[in-house]
Write a protein that binds this ligand. Structure first.
Ligand SMILES: C[S@@+](CC[C@H](N)C(=O)[O-])C[C@H]1O[C@@H](n2cnc3c(N)ncnc32)[C@H](O)[C@@H]1O
Length: 361
């Protein structure tokens, strides 16, 4: 088989149609509790966010920005390197044009699917809720300002956003770290050295715009963190992982069978473990940042079978398939998956979250 497990190191999944597809995830309940937890953790770590300036890195469509806005900062700067995703966020948070029309003009009905098993209606109504919650919430009522930038956060400088009191990033950290890791692994023989460099390149620009005493709160999942210093805990996390959910296994078999026709061996989703809990201090303490705490929490969302098909485009991100081949593979797999489901497959979907709280000295 020619291709194995697509690793989308270039973040292609958030480009083009990916912006709209991504919006289906919070619409199904994913990422929303994570951002609420992160906003609470960041707020506690810095003694309250009210009146402060916050940078939201890898903001996506604004789920974390919305959660942070409820802590009433003076200003939020949201940055993402996908122009399609920042355009969608601007439309939702700062405009008033019809969200239904916006999505339809970008083939939203076809991409998300209509009807009961489709995601169009759910996504459009979630985005309406996000708009209303933001535009009519405490942040705007207090005159808070939101600036949305399209830029890579690893290239951000003070001239883009000034100095900030707080940096938050939800499900962002592993993207640049994995990209740099792929790049540096070509030149550096030691994996540990490549990882150290990758973390430095990711965090240094953010540390440079953070005020002394300021807080950086970065949330990721146990998909990327191994508790190598507590293996019993690590294996319990492994058992509860979404990768073992009966629907995840069925969704995987459905797409894997179809991808075989294209000469692709699609490996089962598994934990990637780029961070080892025992040495995160050594990795993240760069450019005057001190790692103050590593927080753990777990969330559960209602089981919706559409969750796993919404994630198909992300799983296929790294494969060399034409857009038509990708769409046709996804459509066929969706059908196969839905017909394979049984009542016993319905159980809550859990995620374990790890949040790094860093302080600029
Ligand atoms: C998994 S999404 C999380 C979005 C949002 N924080 C949330 O929790 O809903 C990751 C986001 O990080 C963005 N991203 C990845 N690498 C980036 C980089 N170097 N600079 C800015 N954004 C980046 C992607 O475009 C994507 O929107």
């Amino acid at each position: 088989m020619a291709q194995r497990q697509g690793i989308d190191t270039k973040c292609g999944v958030f480009r083009n149609d990916g912006a709209i597809i991504w919006a289906a995830m919070p619409a199904l309940g994913a990422y929303v509790p994570d951002s609420a937890f992160l906003a609470g953790a960041a707020s506690t770590a810095c003694g309250g966010i009210r009146g402060k300036r916050v940078l939201d890195v890898g903001c996506g469509i604004g789920v974390t920005t919305l959660a942070i806005s409820k802590t009433c900062p003076r200003e939020i700067i949201a940055v993402d390197n996908s122009p399609e995703i920042t355009e969608l966020m601007r439309t939702v948070m700062l405009d008033n044009e019809s969200i239904d029309e916006y999505l339809k003009q970008r083939n939203g009905l076809e991409i998300l699917g209509s009807g009961a098993s489709g995601l169009f209606q759910t996504t459009a109504s979630y985005l309406e809720f996000q708009r209303d919650d933001f535009q009519n919430g405490i942040f705007r009522a207090c005159g808070g300002g939101l600036h949305i930038l399209t830029k890579s956060a690893v290239e951000i400088t003070e001239s883009d956003c000034g100095v900030v009191d707080v940096v938050v990033g939800s499900h962002y950290l592993h993207w640049p770290v994995r990209q740099f890791l792929t790049e540096f692994s070509k030149d550096v023989t030691s994996g540990a050295v490549a990882m150290k460099l990758a973390c430095e390149r990711t965090l240094a620009p953010l540390a440079a715009i953070l005020k002394p005493g300021g807080v950086m709160a970065l949330l990721t999942t146990d998909d990327f963190v191994m508790f190598d210093d507590d293996l019993d805990f690590d294996s319990t996390l492994g058992m509860l992982s979404w990768t073992k959910h009966p629907m995840a296994l069925k969704a995987h078999s459905a797409i894997a069978e179809i991808l075989e026709e294209y000469g692709i061996e699609h490996l089962s989703p598994s934990k990637i473990n780029i961070f080892k809990h025992s040495n995160v201090f050594g990795l993240l303490e760069v450019s005057g940042l001190k790692l103050e705490s590593v927080l753990f929490t777990s969330t559960a969302v209602r089981c919706d079978p559409r969750w796993f098909v919404a994630a198909y485009p992300m799983r296929l991100g790294g494969y060399n398939l034409s857009p038509n081949q990708r769409t046709s593979a996804i459509m066929r797999a969706r059908q196969k998956y839905f017909t394979s489901l049984q009542a016993a497959d319905y159980s809550r979907i859990r995620t374990s979250l790890i949040t790094f709280i860093l302080r600029k000295l």
